[in-house]
Design a protein around this ligand. Structure first.
Ligand code: SF4
Length: 354
C-alpha cells in the first residue's frame, strides 16, 4: 500500500460512518435493495456488469417475475433464458446464471464469498457482493466504481493494465475500509458513490461524503485517476445480410459449443449466403442500409447490414417469424437493426413481455 493508502486505515471508522449516512439518504431505490436475497443479488450483479442500471432494471423485474428463485430458474430451458437475456449482451453471464441455479437449487445456499467463487462464472466481485449483501460477510466488493473512488481518495497515480488488475491492487485497502457490521450497505454505498458522485469525467467533490479523506478533492486532475495503459484497438468489417421473406427473417444460430455467443441467433454474414448449396457463384443483390461501430474489448467492429433479395440456404440457417424474434434469442444489436430497418408494418413489437 502507498503512504496515503496506509494513512486512510486509521480513519476507516469515520470514513465508513460518513459514507453510510450519505447512502442512507441518497441511495437509489433499486428492486434488489428493497427485497434482498442471494438470488436477487446474483441476478442483479450479473445483469449490471457491463450494462447500465437503467437498462438492466426492466430485465431484472421481468426475470424475477418469471423465475423468482434458483429453484424455478434451474428448471428453465436454456433457449428461454437466452431469449430473456437478449439485449443485455455478454450471454455467457446468462448461461452461467442458469448453470449456477442448477447447482445451487435444492441444497443449502452457500454463505461465504469463497464458497460462491467456487462456482463457474462467479468471480471475486460477484462472490463478495452476494456474501456481503445477502449474508453480511465483511468482504469488500471492488468493481470499476470502487476502483475509481479508491484511486482518487488515495491519490494513486500508478498506471494499471485494466480494471481487473486495478481491482486486485485495491482489494487490500477496500477490505481494510469495509464496515464489519454493515458490509452489504458499505459495499453498495461505495459503488453508488462511484456511479453518482465520484463520476468518471466529472467528480462532484462539493457533495462527496468522503471528501475530507480524499487526496485529490476539488483538484482539476481528479478526473484523470485512475490511470490505465492505452489500449490498441483493431478494426474489422463484417457484412451481415437481412433477408426478409413472407413475414420471416433468416438467422443463423451459433452452435452450443461455440466460443462466441453459443446458442444465440444472429443475422447471417453476407459472405456465407448463396454459396453453400449449389456451389455456383452467389446470386446476392445487396444494398447497404446502415453501419454501426461498437467496441468489443479491444476490437472495434464496423458492421454493414445489407438487404438481400435472393439467396441460397444451407443447414445452419433458420427462418424466424418477425413477431417471434424476441423469443428466438437474436442478439441485441441484430434485433435492433431488424427493428430499425424493416418497414414499419413488418417490424417486431418493442418491449414484448417475457
Ligand atoms: S472528493 Fe471528489 S475525487 Fe475525491 S472521492 Fe469525492 S468525488 Fe471523488
Amino acid at each position: 500500500m502507498t503512504n496515503h493508502e496506509q494513512q486512510l486505515i486509521p480513519a476507516a471508522a469515520a470514513f465508513r460512518k460518513a459514507l453510510r449516512a450519505w447512502f442512507a439518504q441518497h441511495q437509489r431505490p433499486l428492486p434488489w435493495r428493497t427485497e434482498v436475497s442471494a438470488y436477487r443479488t446474483v441476478v442483479s450483479e450479473l445483469m449490471c456488469q457491463q450494462t447500465q442500471i437503467a437498462t438492466a432494471l426492466p430485465y431484472f423485474e421481468r426475470w424475477v417475475q418469471r423465475w423468482p428463485d434458483f429453484r424455478s430458474l434451474a428448471r428453465a430451458k436454456e433457449a428461454d433464458v437466452l431469449a430473456a437475456w437478449a439485449g443485455l449482451g455478454y450471454y455467457t453471464r446468462a448461461r452461467n446464471l442458469l448453470a449456477l441455479a442448477q447447482q445451487v437449487a435444492g441444497r443449502p445456499e452457500p454463505r461465504t464469498a469463497a464458497e460462491w467463487q467456487a462456482f463457474k462464472g462467479v468471480g471475486p466481485y460477484t462472490a463478495a457482493a452476494i456474501a456481503s449483501i445477502a449474508f453480511r460477510e465483511p468482504v469488500a466488493v471492488v468493481d470499476g466504481n470502487v476502483v475509481r473512488v479508491l484511486a482518487r481518495v488515495a491519490g494513486v497515480k500508478e498506471k494499471f493494465k485494466d480494471t481487473t488488475t486495478a481491482a486486485k491492487s485495491f482489494t487490500p485497502l477496500a477490505n481494510a475500509l469495509v464496515d464489519p457490521k454493515h458490509p452489504g450497505d458499505h459495499n453498495q454505498a461505495m459503488m453508488e458513490l462511484g456511479a453518482t458522485v465520484c463520476r468518471k469525467a466529472a467528480p462532484d467533490c462539493a457533495h462527496c461524503p468522503v471528501a475530507a479523506w480524499c487526496a485529490v478533492r476539488g483538484r482539476r486532475d481528479a478526473a484523470s485517476l485512475p490511470r490505465f495503459e492505452a489500449k490498441v484497438r483493431k478494426t474489422a468489417e463484417v457484412a451481415r445480410a437481412l433477408v426478409h421473406h413472407r413475414g420471416k427473417v433468416l438467422v443463423r444460430r451459433n452452435p452450443r459449443e461455440a466460443r462466441r455467443l453459443a446458442g444465440m441467433a444472429e443475422l447471417p454474414e453476407l459472405a456465407t449466403l448463396g454459396t453453400a448449396v449449389t456451389g455456383r457463384p452467389a446470386l446476392v443483390r445487396r444494398r447497404t442500409i446502415g453501419s454501426v461501430t461498437y467496441a468489443e474489448t479491444l476490437l472495434e467492429v464496423a458492421v454493414t447490414t445489407a438487404l438481400v433479395r435472393t439467396w441460397s440456404q444451407d443447414a445452419g440457417l433458420e427462418w424466424v417469424a418477425v413477431a417471434e424474434l424476441d423469443a428466438a434469442a437474436l442478439t441485441g444489436p441484430h434485433l435492433r437493426w431488424v427493428r430499425e430497418w424493416l418497414s414499419p408494418a413488418d417490424r417486431p413489437k418493442r418491449g414484448k413481455p417475457l
